[in-house]
Design a protein around this ligand. Structure first.
Ligand code: G3P
Length: 217
């Protein structure tokens, strides 16, 4: 399973990239606003830190303007992945861009039928929002299960990018289903490393080691 971080903050991206476990980055207009940075400038900086796909989202609603925005965004770096909303115009744009060899992430997916359409439009990634799905009384993980089944039925190459991940259990459930990618805020990724028994175990081993009076170095 690939791990993307869902942020436009440079420091957490650098920190996670240094672990060697980061496969990409996703941003959206809200995350860009939160960073307070210039969109093009910060995207360029992120693209230089990670080798994998960096999603940058268009904000136009019509196909022609989406194409113009995508043209500017894809010039930022080779690893830019254009993010488009799951609308008729978004999928039209997806089809045109992927036909040209550009990576496209179709975002704001809330149904398996929408995911089916995105795959037919040649999307590189489909982003179902599990957290927001849960918030609205649905089961976000059921949605991932349905999309996995449909994509496997037809051998679609579109990768399932589980988005709007709120906690480590979302990651576990998505991995069980075989989602290709998950994107989560830095705090959720850091939480994946943690276990109380790991901390306790280290504490115990170090206490016993100190009793030996030895050192490895
Ligand atoms: O980047 C899209 C998605 O991950 C947003 O998550 O927490 O705002 O629902 P959230």
């Amino acid at each position: 399973m690939k791990f993307f971080v869902d942020t436009a903050e440079i420091e957490p991206i650098r920190e996670l990239a240094a672990t060697g476990l980061l496969d990409g980055v996703t941003t959206n207009p809200s995350l860009i606003a939160k960073s307070g940075r210039d969109f093009i400038e910060v995207t360029k900086e992120i693209c230089a830190i990670v080798d994998g796909p960096v999603s940058a989202e268009v904000v136009a609603l019509d196909h022609e303007t989406m194409m113009k925005e995508a043209e500017i965004l894809r010039k930022i770096a080779d690893n830019v992945c254009i993010k488009v909303p799951l609308t008729v115009d978004g999928l039209k744009t997806c089809k045109a861009l992927t036909g040209d060899g550009t990576m496209v992430n179709v975002t704001l997916c809330f149904s398996a039928n929408q995911a089916l359409l995105a795959a037919k439009a040649g999307a590189t990634f489909i982003s179902p929002f599990v957290g927001r799905h849960d918030d609205n009384g649905f089961d976000g993980i059921d949605l991932i299960e349905d999309i996995r089944l449909i994509y496997d039925n037809y051998d679609f190459a579109t990768e399932i990018l589980v988005a709007s991940v709120r906690h480590t259990n979302h990651v576990l459930q998505a991995a069980r289903i075989g989602a290709d990618v998950m994107t989560a805020p830095p705090a959720v990724i850091h939480a994946l490393f943690k276990h109380v028994l790991t901390d306790k175990g280290i504490e115990g081993f170090l206490a016993d080691w100190a009793k030996t009076g030895q050192s490895i170095l």
